[in-house]
Design a binder for this molecule. Structure first.
Ligand SMILES: [Zn+2]
Length: 306
């Protein structure tokens, strides 16, 4: 019985769409696509959030581990890029499409997250946005007796390695969740932003895991101002972006919040705003939001605005 239940939950975790941008085919075989950004930095696409692979002199630092069942395909793909062992795995935040593959990594791998993400990973609550997974990420860790859970946490900043191998982790506050880590590869001038900048879309704000409509623009602004020397940004689910794209995304989130303030003041209901709000035309290339995500964000903004 127990085994059947666990298998059922794992199936559900894999089958439910967890990604932000695209619905995954439930039973498609895992195909990891490689995008080379530098000789020693790659993005692995498919199966959930974008995975960063940074090859240092001593080993490989991985950022995010995708949906259930994608850990081994990630490791297999890394084997085709280098003989060096994976030493470190950083999860940008708690969501199942970024952490579930953790359970397939060797137990020797150092797993690092923001301290709030460690707390969130232990919670048996689903993400709050209806277009996101309804299976808590904690499910897969319970099914694996805690294997793949983080061993180390950071609060504001952490540095891993030195010289050209240096990796810097930053935290600037609430946004997509309350544990969104920014991961900088200073020698390459590339930043992995995770889902707090998932792409050009309205953000998924997961209030169950500390996400905030009120704070996200300020948090992104702090990251933009506080992390220097960035040429390119690996997003959570889209293509690489520039700092100018991030600046635009900050303005987009500020404008959304201002629109919500005005709508609330005008006495409009959540449903009215959800039905009428459109992405301003100046934000070229921004995807039309799924209605349930928009409603989630309107609701959250209304709750947070005083
Ligand atoms: Zn996410």
């Amino acid at each position: 019985m127990k085994r059947a239940l666990v298998l059922g939950l794992l199936f559900a975790a894999g089958a439910v769409s967890i990604g932000i941008a695209a619905v995954q085919q439930p039973q498609a075989p895992p195909v990891v696509e490689v995008e080379k950004l530098k000789d020693n930095l790659f993005v692995l696409k498919g199966g959930g959030g974008n995975t960063g692979v940074f090859i240092t002199s001593n080993g490989v630092v991985v950022v995010d581990a995708k949906n259930p069942g994608w850990g081994k395909p990630i490791l297999d793909k890394i084997r085709t890029l280098t003989d060096k062992p994976v030493t470190t795995l950083i999860n940008t935040h708690t969501h199942g499409d970024h952490v579930s593959g953790n359970v397939e990594f060797p137990a020797t791998v150092d797993i690092v997250v923001h301290e709030n993400t460690k707390t969130n990973l232990a919670k048996m609550i689903p993400n709050s946005s209806a277009d996101n997974q309804q299976v808590p990420a904690a499910t897969i860790f319970q099914a694996n007796n805690g294997k793949g859970l983080p061993k180390r946490t950071f609060k504001d900043k952490m540095t891993i390695g030195s010289g050209n191998d240096r990796v810097e982790l930053y935290y600037f506050g609430r946004g997509h969740t309350d544990g969104d880590a920014f991961v900088l590869f200073p020698s390459l001038r590339i930043l992995h932003a995770g889902d707090i900048f998932s792409g050009k879309n309205i953000p998924l704000l997961d209030a169950n895991n500390g996400g905030s409509a009120m704070a996200i623009a300020d948090t992104l602004q702090k990251a933009r101002d506080g992390i220097r020397n960035v040429d390119s940004i690996i997003t959570g689910h889209s293509t690489q972006m520039t700092v100018a794209d991030l600046t635009e995304y900050i303005a987009f989130n500020r404008e959304f919040l201002a629109d919500m303030r005005a709508a609330k003041q005008a006495g409009k209901s959540v449903d009215e705003v959800t039905a009428s709000w459109k992405i301003p035309a100046k934000y070229a290339g921004y995807a039309t939001p799924p209605a349930n995500r928009l409603k989630n964000n309107v609701q959250l903004a209304y709750k947070e605005i005083r």
